[in-house]
Design a protein around this ligand. Structure first.
Ligand SMILES: [Ca+2]
Ligand SMILES: [Ca+2]
Ligand SMILES: [Ca+2]
Ligand SMILES: [Ca+2]
Length: 166
């Protein structure tokens, strides 16, 4: 069972990669995701560069540039249309006070918490492996809508874009 769940999560990672950048289709998704971060000489990601990427993602989603991302903005963003389930997960994770608006400080708090959670060996740097483990779990959680630890076919379908459903 566990194996099947992991496989499902991996398929989801594959779907996400086509969502992020079509040209990476079939490529090594985890290294592509990791390589978008600036790295130290040792190939590790600092909190600063991790935050930079999170901020630019936030700014892309904040359509009217008022430093708040509303539920509507998130749903109407390009990524929100392609992977509504993952976008909804992002929104709920960042809207700490549940007022249906992700404010920039909320996003920064969530991002800092994520960095800490990823950095399992506590060296204040995130390795590709550390990020991979974290993301796999996160994507699984995002698809597992009722958080019972099992991804059903319905949950998996719901996480996909309307264009992919049949
Ligand atoms: Ca806005
Ligand atoms: Ca909020
Ligand atoms: Ca680390
Ligand atoms: Ca479930």
């Amino acid at each position: 069972m566990k194996k099947i769940m992991m496989l499902t999560a991996l398929v989801a990672v594959g779907l996400m990669s086509t969502g992020c950048a079509g040209k990476f289709r079939g490529g090594d998704m985890s290294s592509h995701m990791y390589n978008k971060y600036d790295q130290t000489e040792e190939g590790l990601v600092t909190e600063e560069s991790y935050t930079e990427v999170a901020v630019s993602r936030f700014e892309r989603t904040d359509d009217n540039g008022d430093n708040n991302v509303t539920r509507k903005e998130s749903e109407e963003s390009r990524f929100g249309k392609f992977m509504p389930g993952i976008m909804e997960y992002w929104f709920n994770k960042n809207d700490i006070n549940n007022d249906e608006i992700v404010e920039k400080p909320e996003m920064l708090t969530t991002t800092a918490g994520e960095f800490k959670a990823m950095d399992t060996n506590k060296d204040n740097l995130v390795s590709q492996e550390e990020m991979k483990v974290y993301r796999k779990n996160e994507i699984f959680d995002a698809i597992d809508a009722d958080s019972d630890g099992v991804v059903t076919r319905a949950e998996f379908q719901a996480s996909k874009s309307p264009f992919e459903k049949r």
